[in-house]
Design a protein around this ligand. Structure first.
Ligand SMILES: *[C@@H]1O[C@H](CO)[C@@H](O)[C@H](O)[C@H]1NC(C)=O
Ligand SMILES: *[C@@H]1O[C@H](CO)[C@@H](O)[C@H](O)[C@H]1NC(C)=O
Ligand SMILES: *[C@@H]1O[C@H](CO)[C@@H](O)[C@H](O)[C@H]1NC(C)=O
Length: 429
């Protein structure tokens, strides 16, 4: 389980997707802080609720996605009415109930692309960008009982500052790879384990090859690391490695190569619940360092965001589950498991087809693990990506990330440290 440990919640990692041609659309903007405009009509996804084996039989929506992902959005697509109509549903806000949100104490620092793990009534919040030129190298802790921040401590100097893979067994936090430094710098293969009782760090064997934002989970006694972006920050990796761990100790000398994942890429949610491993959403492609930029200045590239959901169970082959209500990425630490449902807050969806700007997600989604049914259970106070989510005593909390420009502009702007909570009441299945 990734996050959690209070029995009902857990959390975890990230994921990814494969990518391909990036003809066109290598817009060079300076930003992670990109943005845009809004929406249209929503066509609900009809879920059959059934599972398929990987590779799935070709359906029109599968082949649409594949065609779409293989080519990105070209000018020809934009003129193609059908394509445009299908795209438009994905960046619109979906209808959902309003939730009553309460603003709590702000985090000591704002962060984007940080990481978080919940252990009982504590949310350990790691790293992240403060601004595009400044990264954090410490941990802040939020106590859900006292509703206060405290207990700041430093991370090891060699640890990545964003795009980390992270998971806990309830005491030890395993931390793998990620981006080292600000802007769009390179990744490190360094991995660590933190004992949250003693606040002591230990090294683990480095990942065979560094990755950005790989899906990371503990499953059946092994730490699994899957996908992410490759060393250029853009190319989706499909590699899957694992290593046996127990109580903060690594039991093997080397990472083992496991069966590759169906689709590579960063920023996916990866969750273990009921002895099954789930991977949800994510993307192919990401910002890259501008060639020859001495500061590794970020430049925007074509990205394809996915709604795909995959699962591993006893049979040890990837099964395809009903997709998310819309493509959703940047959700690696934006989830909890409550009452046999996965709850996911915010993220990023398909970019705007004309402006190519990044579009944020403002919904809270529920995925019922018994019926495999998706629903929108509420709206966040604003749209936000890479937010860090916890659940305690009936309250759903989120902090950090990058929020939208306002109700009418779903493009990213301010990096936040705000903490919010709402009383969550999931419909019974
Ligand atoms: C996807 O591409 C294939 C081959 O070009 C084509 O036969 C198929 O109709 C396309 N599917 C969709 C949904 O566009
Ligand atoms: C969280 O705060 C409560 C109330 O002040 C306190 O009793 C508890 O020990 C704190 N939790 C941790 C892990 O420090
Ligand atoms: C989970 O289930 C329990 C027991 O039915 C219920 O009291 C609680 O409100 C549920 N939690 C949420 C978040 O819906």
């Amino acid at each position: 389980m990734a996050r959690a440990a209070a029995g009902k919640h857990r959390k975890s990692t990230k994921f990814v997707f494969v990518c391909v041609g990036l003809l066109g659309a290598a817009l060079i903007t300076d930003l992670l802080w990109a943005s845009s405009s809004s929406s249209t009509t929503f066509i609900p996804y009809k879920s059959s609720g059934t599972m398929m084996s990987w590779p799935p039989p070709e359906s029109s929506s599968d082949s649409f996605l594949r065609n779409h992902s293989a080519r990105g959005v070209t000018d020809k697509d934009k003129k193609d009415g059908i394509h445009g109509r299908i795209l438009s549903k994905t960046f619109a806000d979906l209808p959902g109930p309003e939730l009553k949100w309460e603003k709590m104490t702000e985090s000591p620092v704002p962060r984007l692309d940080g990481a978080a793990v919940q252990i009982k009534d504590q949310l350990f919040v790691f790293a992240g960008y403060g601004t595009i030129d400044l990264v954090h190298s410490h941990v802040d802790i939020y106590n859900f009982t006292s509703n206060t921040w405290g207990g700041r401590f430093d991370m090891p100097k060699e640890m990545a500052h964003s795009h980390l893979g992270m998971v806990t067994d309830g005491r030890y936090i395993y931390i793998v790879t990620g981006q080292y430094g600000p802007q769009c710098r390179g990744p490190t293969a360094h991995t660590f384990v933190l004992d949250t009782k003693t606040k002591k760090w230990q090294d683990m064997p480095p990942l065979p090859i560094p990755r950005y934002a790989p899906a990371t989970q503990l499953w059946r006694g092994r730490l699994h690391v899957m996908g992410g972006s490759k060393e250029d920050r853009y190319t989706p990796g499909v590699d899957h490695w694992s290593i046996a761990v127990k109580d903060g100790k690594v039991l093997e000398k080397e990472w083992q190569v496991e069966m590759p994942i169906p689709r590579g890429g960063p920023h996916r949610a990866c969750i273990v619940a009921g002895d099954r491993l789930y991977m949800l959403g994510g993307q192919e492609g990401d910002f890259m360092a501008k060639p020859n930029s001495p500061i590794f200045k970020c430049s925007r590239r074509n990205e394809v965001v996915y709604s795909d959901v995959y699962m591993l169970d006893d049979e040890m082959n990837w099964k395809v589950l009903p997709p998310m209500p819309k493509p959703d990425s940047h959700i690696e630490f934006a989830w909890v498991v409550v009452n046999n449902s996965i709850v996911i807050a915010g993220g990023t969806t398909d970019k705007h087809p004309d402006t190519k700007k990044m579009i944020l997600v403002g919904e809270v989604f529920q995925f019922q693990l018994d019926t495999l049914k998706w629903s929108v259970v509420g709206k966040l106070p604003y749209r936000v990506k890479t937010t860090l989510v916890g659940f305690w005593d009936g309250w759903l909390y989120f902090t950090s990330g990058q929020r939208d420009r306002g109700p009418d502009d779903p493009t990213p702007k301010k990096v936040i440290g705000e903490m919010w909570r709402t009383k969550l009441s999931l419909p019974l299945s």
